[in-house]
Structure formats: structure tokens, C-alpha cells
Design a protein around this ligand. Structure first.
Ligand SMILES: NC(=O)C1=CN([C@@H]2O[C@H](COP(=O)(O)OP(=O)(O)OC[C@H]3O[C@@H](n4cnc5c(N)ncnc54)[C@H](O)[C@@H]3O)[C@@H](O)[C@H]2O)C=CC1
Ligand SMILES: N[C@@H](CC=O)C(=O)O
Ligand code: NA
Length: 434
């Protein structure tokens, strides 16, 4: 049996921002252990950046602004893509596969847009495409879905998968911080995307939900298939109303397999929701992420940890780097995800949800009955009604039972038009209430 080789595996690093610089640091700090774990040393031989002058701490001879030439260089064996976004990351990955090089990426936006195409290109080239860092940062989640749970049937994956919005919502609830102030802090801490509207408007979480659903249900799901709402409309009133009923507001990603006699479908959505403070996801604070997985045989599993930040994300990148390097040493490649089930994606309008609605109404006879009638008109059953205040300042707080989302949103539209309703002050979906 042959022993470890001293010939290094040569890595091209594309991007040297929050994640890339942490990857570079960890590869250097852990060089000895990585060599022992892989069987060959790992050496970063080139780093593509946009502006070399912005990277004074990096060995200058490694820097290049020509990422396309770097991935094709003969002295590059593996590629780590931490530029982010669609282009040029997509072209660079395809070029790497064409040149027979495995890719490790943290790029959920790209994987959620073009996952099947990228995987097909990697498979055709007989190389690997790994991206554990793309969903829930440091938390090992994609490999467990792809490998450990590959023998089970998954029913539901639900969690908090965006660190920036969780940080903002936590700060708003705990300290009363304003939205802009909390977002600035999250950006400063390296959690936010280059364009933080990707976090705030739910695009980042929707991309992660698409990746999770694809792996969980063996079905190609892209970002465009995901119902997406961000947190920019979450108000201090929503947070206060949630607290009044023992709930907190979280941005949830919910991926479900929906049983149906004619053939199962999948429903994938990202939106803010009130959850009870006793729910395990309620205590997930700051930039932490947590994901529940429900599987037929395994039952409930929970994954928790740091979902954003340079070092935590670099940990997941390095785990993938070790995996693809080991495959390369063994002359093998891992099995990519399978999309054989190819289930239909169920529209949000048909997906059952529950609403919490807060209305300012006149405290007059018949108002409650008229409001209740609007719910009944859409076949929406009410779970609880609470009235506070009297006269002009009366507030009705209604929690519904589960109903198709379209029926609930039609009810809200009708309530807004009712003369007796002075204002619809808070509307949020509710998850996890008994
Ligand atoms: N920051 C985080 O907490 C996490 C980030 N990710 C993902 O990791 C990737 C990188 O994110 P960050 O490091 O936070 O972003 P960043 O904006 O800090 O770094 C990206 C770097 O790529 C460089 N770049 C852009 N275009 C380039 C080009 N054409 N050639 C060479 N370099 C180029 C930029 O100048 C920048 O330095 C993204 O896909 C992001 O979604 C994933 C998990 C967590
Ligand atoms: N911007 C993302 C970074 C990790 O994916 C987040 O806030 O979670
Ligand atoms: Na992860």
C-alpha cells in the first residue's frame, strides 16, 4: 500500500472577501493536519480578486485579476469559488469542470438557479461539486441530507437559514433596535450578502430553501419555485403583537412534501412567521441558524449552529475541500444529488397556512359578526378572537385555523375594504401553534 504523497494538491481560490480570506487563513493554519487527513498537502497556488491593492496581507505573487485564466491553469487541481452571484461564478465553474477540476462553492444563489446544469457538467467531467457552506454556513446539513438520510423518506425541512435577518429580528425583539441599525451591525459582522437586500427581501433564504428541497425530495427546485417574502414589512407592531400571544417573529424556510392521491407534490416557501416562544426555533438568536428535518424512519432531527460569518463558513468550505481532495487522491468522484422523483411544485395559493390578524375597529354592535362573516365567506375557520380597548381604540386580534393561503389573503383584502375596519395593523402567518 502506498503512503502519503508529498506532491501538493493545488487550489485556485476565486474571491478573497469575508469567506475567501478565512479559507486562506485556515488552509495555512491547518496545513499539517489537512495533509495528514487527505494524504497529500494542500497548497493555494492562485487567488483571483477584483482589486489586488485591497489585499495587502495576501502574498502578492498569488493574486490575479484573471479568474478565467486561473481556473484553466495546468498547475491548478481544485477550485474554490467564493465570489458569489451568478456571473462570472457560473462561467468559471463550467470552465473548471471542462478542465477536469472539482469545485467547492458557497454560492447558494447560483446553485439554486442552475444546480441541475452544474451537476450535469460535473458528472460529465467525472469531478465533484460540493457546497455545504451554501446553506446554513458551518452547519453540516447538505451532506447529511445527501448521504446520511439517503435511505429515508423526508417529509419536511423547516428552519431559520438566514443569519442576517435572524440577527435583525433578534435585535428588534430583544433590544428594540431599529431595522437600519441592526442591518448595519450584521453587515459589519460579515453576515450580510454583498447586496444585503438579498438577505432582507428573502432571496438568500429562498435560494437555500430551493437547495434544501431539491436534496430532501430528490426533485429539481429552483429559486423561482419558492414563494418568497422578506422581513422589510415586519413592523414593531408585528413584534409587539407576537409577544402578546407568547410568540416571536422569525423568517422561516419551509419545505414540505405534500401527500396527494394523484401524486405527491412539494411546497417551498420563505416568509416571516410568528412562532411560540416555547418552540425550539424561537430561541435561535443572532446569526445562528437551525433546521428541523422530519423523516419517516428517522423521526425529527435538529441541526443548529453558526449560519454566517467568515470562519464558520470557511469551516464548511474546508470540509468540502477535504472531501473533494480525498476523492481526487482516490481517483474517484462522489455521487451528486438525484432528481429522479421530479415532483410537481405546489403553488403558495393552495398551501395551507394560518394567519394572525390584528384590526383596529369601532367598538359597535355587529362589527365582530361582520368581521367573522368575511372569514366565513372564504371558508376560513377562526381559532381565537381577542378584543382589547373600547370605543374608537378597539383592537381585534384573530388567529385562524389552517386554510389555503389564497383564501386567507382574500379575506385580508376584504377586511381592508370594510368600513367598520379602521385599519389592518398586523398580518403575519403563524407556525407551530397548537
Ligand atoms: N459571508 C457569509 O457569512 C457567507 C457567505 N456565503 C457565500 O460565500 C460567497 C462569498 O461571500 P462573502 O465572502 O461574504 O462575499 P464578499 O463580498 O465578502 O467577497 C466576495 C469577493 O469576491 C470578489 N470578486 C467579485 N467579483 C470577482 C471577480 N470577477 N473575480 C475575482 N474576485 C471577485 C469581491 O471583490 C470580494 O472580495 C457568496 O456566494 C456568499 O453567498 C455563504 C455562507 C455564509
Ligand atoms: N448572508 C447570509 C450568509 C450566509 O449564508 C446570511 O445572513 O445567512
Ligand atoms: Na452548511
Amino acid at each position: 500500500m502506498s503512503g502519503p504523497s508529498s506532491t501538493p494538491l493545488r487550489v485556485a481560490l476565486l474571491g478573497c472577501g469575508t469567506v475567501g480570506s478565512a479559507v486562506l487563513r485556515l488552509v495555512g493554519d491547518q496545513a499539517g493536519d489537512l495533509a495528514a487527513r487527505i494524504g497529500r498537502p494542500v497548497e493555494v497556488v492562485g487567488i483571483a480578486v477584483r482589486r489586488p491593492a485591497h489585499h495587502p496581507d495576501v502574498p502578492q505573487h498569488l493574486l490575479t485579476t484573471d479568474a478565467a485564466a486561473l481556473v484553466r491553469r495546468d498547475d491548478v487541481d481544485l477550485v474554490v469559488e467564493v465570489i458569489g452571484g451568478i456571473e462570472p461564478a457560473r462561467s468559471l465553474m463550467y470552465a473548471a469542470f471542462e478542465a477536469g477540476k472539482s469545485v467547492v462553492s458557497a454560492n447558494k444563489a447560483l446553485l439554486a438557479e442552475d444546480g441541475p446544469g452544474l451537476h450535469a457538467a460535473a458528472a460529465e467531467a467525472g469531478v465533484d461539486l460540493y457546497y455545504e457552506a451554501a446553506v446554513a454556513g458551518a452547519i453540516p446539513l447538505l451532506r447529511p441530507l445527501r448521504e446520511s438520510l439517503a435511505g429515508d423518506q423526508l417529509r419536511r425541512v423547516v428552519g431559520i437559514v438566514n443569519g442576517t435577518t435572524n440577527y435583525i429580528l433578534s435585535r428588534m425583539a430583544e433590544t428594540g433596535a431599529g431595522f437600519a441599525e441592526a442591518l448595519a451591525e450584521a453587515t459589519e459582522l460579515g453576515y450580510a450578502e454583498a447586496d444585503p437586500t438579498a438577505d432582507v427581501d428573502g432571496f438568500d433564504a429562498a435560494a437555500k430553501a430551493a437547495i434544501l428541497a431539491s436534496l430532501a425530495f430528490h426533485t429539481p427546485v429552483s429559486s423561482a419555485d419558492v414563494h418568497r417574502e422578506g422581513i422589510s414589512a415586519v413592523s414593531a407592531t408585528d413584534v409587539a403583537r407576537a409577544a402578546e400571544i407568547g410568540c416571536t417573529v422569525k423568517l422561516l424556510a419551509i419545505c414540505e412534501r405534500v401527500p396527494n392521491g394523484a401524486g405527491d407534490s412539494v411546497a417551498v416557501r420563505v416568509h416571516p412567521a410568528m412562532i411560540p416562544t416555547t418552540h425550539p426555533l424561537a430561541s435561535v438568536g443572532g446569526a445562528f441558524n437551525a433546521v428541523f428535518v422530519e423523516a419517516e424512519a428517522a423521526g425529527q432531527l435538529m441541526f443548529y449552529g453558526q449560519g454566517a460569518g467568515g470562519e464558520p463558513t470557511a469551516s464548511a468550505v474546508l470540509g468540502d475541500l477535504v472531501a473533494v481532495a480525498r476523492n481526487r487522491v482516490a481517483g474517484a468522484s462522489g455521487q451528486g444529488p438525484t432528481g429522479y422523483a421530479d415532483l410537481a411544485v405546489r403553488p403558495m395559493a393552495e398551501t395551507p397556512t394560518r394567519y394572525h390578524v390584528s384590526l383596529d375597529v369601532a367598538d359597535k354592535p355587529g362589527v365582530l359578526a361582520a368581521v367573522a362573516q368575511e372569514f366565513a365567506r372564504q371558508d376560513v375557520s377562526i381559532s381565537t378572537v381577542r378584543q382589547t380597548g373600547r370605543g374608537d381604540a378597539a383592537t381585534l386580534v384573530i388567529v385562524t385555523h389552517s386554510a389555503p393561503d389564497a383564501a386567507l389573503s382574500a379575506t385580508i383584502a376584504a377586511l381592508r375594504d370594510m368600513p367598520a375596519v379602521r385599519g389592518v395593523t398586523s398580518v403575519l402567518r403563524v407556525e407551530g401553534l397548537s
